[in-house]
Design a protein around this ligand. Structure first.
Ligand SMILES: Cc1ncc(COP(=O)(O)O)c(C=O)c1O
Length: 407
């Protein structure tokens, strides 16, 4: 390999983010390249959850809503996401799943005009398209799905909402958020950005880009744990004009007045619906606290260094794999994907060799390059094992063709 194990170790020793790795539990011998799907466990989450369960739930019981500010958790945790996405603390709130938040924002945004079209990208993450089709049916709107290369050309006066994923879940291709948001706004369109594969790795400046609405997952680069609640961003000027279709009591101006009428809370709080999931919020907060001291610029420069090393090693040692992720940093996110007709089997053989990536149908093997806790030696080890699997044809063993429910 052109990038030797000794060079990988030297790069790790010189990495200013290296100390952050100690904030995570990474199983011995395992190379974890799936942090863009489920972030690793922040060590602090273990103690934090223990305390919330034993002291706050166990001892303090229902008093904790006030005494431990459980009730303020959606806003407090949202404010910790804000600096990672270039938003003000009062513009981000944590609630529900990305799918549900998307539904709330789509319906609310569509209500701002009498236009009839929701526009999105063919091959967008399927939940986004499914949620948009449901919202469109409900509202009597039309969902138009344009090929990626034609989305911009389709921007027009009949479009109410443009729904795009900033970094594509499969290819990692990245849209130019500032340019597209501006172009859409000029045509009177509100854009909703799905930041699931961006937040926590890719530099984001929602305020600078003029972004009005966004959602994103808490369990990927933000390390909030399996099924962590998602986040939702509404730019300040829009907050008073949006109405959530899910008018739950937590989004009411006075939830504890118990009135029959619905009066939306001021600001982004109106986007809440039900009771906040305190245990999950505590885990997500620990995940976000693990970013303390790591600037977005430093994270991105590490992500780029990881990308270049991994890309170079695979190109040289696994030529059967065809990279579908753009090389240029401004055109991509922080994962890298390759096409191969037997991507599923290769992925399974890799997992058996303690290298975890994931498979995306029909023929893509995908690797998350999480800048907060991955090292260069991890990448060297992963490619060394993958090259052996391809060279020896280990992936052809029948056991690697068996598919589970989750891929
Ligand atoms: C781009 C994107 N949006 C949304 C989701 C799903 O989010 P949730 O499960 O929180 O609804 C995912 C999950 O991988 C995703 O990749």
């Amino acid at each position: 390999m052109s990038f030797t194990l000794a060079e990988a170790r030297a790069a790790d020793a010189a990495d200013p983010l290296r100390p952050f790795r100690d904030r995570f539990h990474l199983p011995q011998g395992l190379v974890y390249l799936d942090g863009n799907s489920l972030g690793a466990l922040p060590k602090a989450a273990v103690g934090r959850l223990g305390r919330v369960i034993e002291e706050e739930w166990g001892e303090e019981l229902i008093r904790s809503w006030n005494s431990r500010d459980w009730i303020g958790a959606p806003q407090r945790v949202g404010a910790k996401i804000a600096p990672l996405i270039g938003a003000k603390p009062n513009e981000v709130i944590v609630a529900d799943s990305t799918s549900v938040n998307l539904f709330k924002l789509l319906v609310a945004a569509a209500g701002l005009s009498d236009r009839k079209v929701i526009l999105s990208e063919a091959g967008n993450f399927h939940t986004d398209l499914h949620i948009a089709s449901g919202a469109a049916d409900l509202l009597g709107l039309q969902l138009e799905i344009a090929p990626r290369a034609e989305v911009e050309a389709r921007i027009g006066a009949d479009v109410a909402v443009l729904l795009l994923t900033h970094v594509h879940y499969k290819s990692a291709e990245r849209f130019d958020m500032a340019r597209i948001t501006a172009k859409a706004a000029e045509a009177g369109i509100v854009t909703i950005w799905d930041l699931s594969h961006s937040a926590g790795a890719v530099p984001l400046d929602l305020n600078g880009a003029g972004a009005e609405l966004a959602v994103g997952c808490g369990y990927k680069y933000l390390n909030g744990g399996p099924g962590a609640p998602a986040f939702l961003y509404v730019a300040e000027p829009l907050q008073g004009r949006l109405l959530s279709p899910l008018r739950g009591w937590m989004g009411h101006a006075e939830p504890f007045a118990f009135t029959d009428d619905y009066r939306p809370a001021a600001g982004i709080d109106r986007m809440l619906a039900g009771t906040p999931p305190i245990l999950s919020l505590a885990a997500l907060e620990a995940g976000l606290d693990a970013f303390e001291g790591a600037t977005p610029a430093r994270l991105w420069s590490k992500a780029n260094a990881l990308f270049d090393v991994f890309h170079g090693l695979v190109e040289q040692n696994c030529p059967e794999l065809v990279c579908i992720t753009p090389r240029l940093p401004e055109q991509r996110g922080s994962h890298i994907s390759f096409r191969h007709p037997n991507a599923f089997e290769i992925c399974q053989a890799l997992i058996a060799a303690d290298v975890i990536g994931d498979f995306r149908a029909p023929d893509v093997v995908r690797f998350g390059l999480t800048p907060l806790y991955l090292g260069f030696e991890d990448l060297w080890q992963a490619v060394d094992r993958m090259a052996a699997i391809l060279r020896d044809g280990t992936w052809r063993e029948p056991r690697f063709a068996v598919r589970g429910k989750v891929t």
